[in-house]
Design a protein around this ligand. Structure first.
Ligand SMILES: [Zn+2]
Length: 410
């Protein structure tokens, strides 16, 4: 049986009387987020919009049942509800704020798509009405900032002119005569939405009665989506909310940088260049500190029987790059070897002055095989990481024993 679609001719019906024609128990449908038993309800007439054409379904109540989903099934509209209505004669009630939001977004989409097509030759290939943002995918070259801004301005101009939106019916030929460009392969009488002087296109969705009710339209990001360009936009109350959130973000960021909102970009640039300068200064200081500490450590290390000065140290690694500088500096002194580890990071570094003539890479691999960890390097410089940083002291002790030829340590 065919459901009469009240919203086709009047999208502003919020409450309606109807008769239950059919009601059946349906199993849970986890894919649709429905985890318990529900009922599928067909009414003789409905103002509930089913998900289709990029517009999500309505929610609301039918009698005392909550509407969880609305599906388009050919001639019928199936309402998924959480209980069987107690009477065959029911009052349907649409969640109006949700529906009106969808109407603002959908009408805004028709307007924006028409402008991208007419002014900039970019047809819309798909539309999505999301929870926070709406998107259209445009075919053609990448829209520049000027194109995006121009489309937004043109859309808002038509919104401010408060032009009527009307529903038209006709065959595909009738609509083609009226200027519908889109190829329609459906037979019979089709429904189309006209924005006076701006657009006419086939659509089964719900729309506001004049462009003024779209409120305002904001074009947001544009990103590449396969071969097309996805343009994000918001209309009506969403535009208001988005602009408000943007301002709060700007104000918070400005507060953190202690500047006025209009000085935000200059202040951010200043903060970044200060950060870069501090970074360079810290690196230079770490390098200088490594030179001084390395000089002292090498002097304090007594030469062993081979005349090698072995500096063995577990370093508190507040600055991870310090360890590298320290090892390099130690290895600049003739016959010196650095055996270093970071106390908390578990980083481990071995370096030698080439004439010390040991094999740092081989030594590290031997130690890591015993203690656990990963790493490697060259004959003169090797680095790695211990699986367990608390093994740092024993790892260095083992390395020193191996260097001294004390195989008993193994
Ligand atoms: Zn539409």
């Amino acid at each position: 049986m065919k459901t009469h679609r009240i919203y086709y001719d009047d999208a502003y019906v919020k409450e309606f009387d109807a008769r239950v024609m059919y009601c059946e128990v349906r199993p849970p449908d986890v894919n649709s987020g429905i985890t318990s038993q529900v009922w599928g309800l067909v009414l003789d007439r409905t103002a509930f919009y089913p998900t289709s054409g990029g517009q999500p379904n309505d929610l609301g109540k039918i009698g005392d049942a909550n509407v969880l989903d609305v599906r388009d099934d050919g001639d019928e509209i199936i309402h998924i509800v959480d209980r069987r209505p107690s009477s065959p004669d029911v009052l349907g009630c649409i969640n109006w704020p949700r529906r009106f939001d969808h109407m603002q977004q959908h009408s805004g989409q028709h307007l924006l798509s028409a402008i991208f097509q007419e002014r900039y030759g970019r047809p819309t290939v798909s539309f999505h009405l999301g929870v926070d943002f709406c998107t259209i995918d445009l075919r053609g070259p990448e829209p520049s900032d000027e194109v995006l801004e121009g489309a937004e301005r043109a859309a808002n101009k038509i919104i401010f002119e408060d032009r009527p939106l009307t529903v038209r019916y006709g065959t595909a030929e009738d609509l083609a005569d009226l200027g519908v460009r889109k190829e329609v392969d459906r037979a019979g009488i089709l429904r189309a939405i006209e924005i006076e002087g701006a657009d006419l296109q086939p659509c089964g969705g719900t729309h506001v009665k004049s462009t003024g009710q779209i409120g305002t339209l904001l074009v947001r990001r544009c990103t590449k989506m396969r071969q097309d360009w996805r343009v994000e936009f918001v209309c009506g109350a969403r535009a208001e909310r988005t602009a408000r959130q943007d301002f709060l973000r700007i104000r918070t960021a400005a507060g953190k940088l202690s500047c006025a909102p209009e000085e935000l970009i200059a202040a951010a640039e200043r903060a970044l260049s200060e950060r870069d300068a501090n970074f360079k200064r810290t690196r230079a200081l770490l390098q200088r500190l490594a030179e001084i500490e390395a000089g002292q450590a090498v002097r304090e290390a007594a030469p062993n029987s081979d005349g090698l000065r072995i500096v063995q140290q577990v370093v508190e690694d507040a600055e991870p790059e310090f360890l590298g500088h320290f090892a390099t500096e130690i290895a600049k002194t003739e016959k010196s070897i650095a055996l270093l580890a970071g106390a908390s990071s578990g980083n481990i570094l071995f370096a030698q002055y080439p004439s010390a003539a040991k094999d740092m890479d081989g030594l590290l691999k031997q130690v890591l095989a015993k203690v656990g960890g990963k790493g490697g390097g060259t004959r003169d410089f090797a680095r790695g990481r211990l699986n367990d940083p608390t093994n740092a002291v024993s790892a260095l002790a083992l390395a020193k024993d191996l260097l001294s030829g004390n195989q008993l340590a193994l």
